[in-house]
Design a protein around this ligand. Sequence first.
Ligand code: 5GP
Length: 127
Amino acid sequence: MPYAYDDQNIFAKILRGEIPNKTVAESDHTLAFADINPAAPVHVLVIPKGAYVCFDHFAAEASDAEIADFHRVAARICVELGVSPGDGKAGYRTISNAGADAVQEVPHYHMHIVGGRPLGQMLQKPA
Ligand code: 5GP
């Protein structure tokens, strides 16, 4: 499936250094930074440096090196920010919104890492 990547999206501007960010981690293929409007005490966005619109675009078309790097960086952040259950901490949630039904605001693939407080159930069921 073809994806049209909008290189004027806000995360593309962050990657080009046109907009500042609070960087949490950076590697060859990946950038992680604080969400500007945090939903919890820990709220980090992990993005690939490549031009991918959403999860399935990234997972289908990125190189193995990009995909591995992205997840290794995300995993390190969970440990470094003190939320990993593997370290006996209280946990976190990863979220990746894709497209209109998920209300994806920024059309550059990103994983939210959210934690630092009880997060409740994953989704509210329709009434
Ligand atoms: P989405 O709804 O696309 O999954 O999430 C986009 C996220 O990007 C939101 O949580 C929003 O707060 C965050 N965001 C939007 N603009 C900026 C920005 O300029 N800087 C940072 N750090 N986060 C942003």
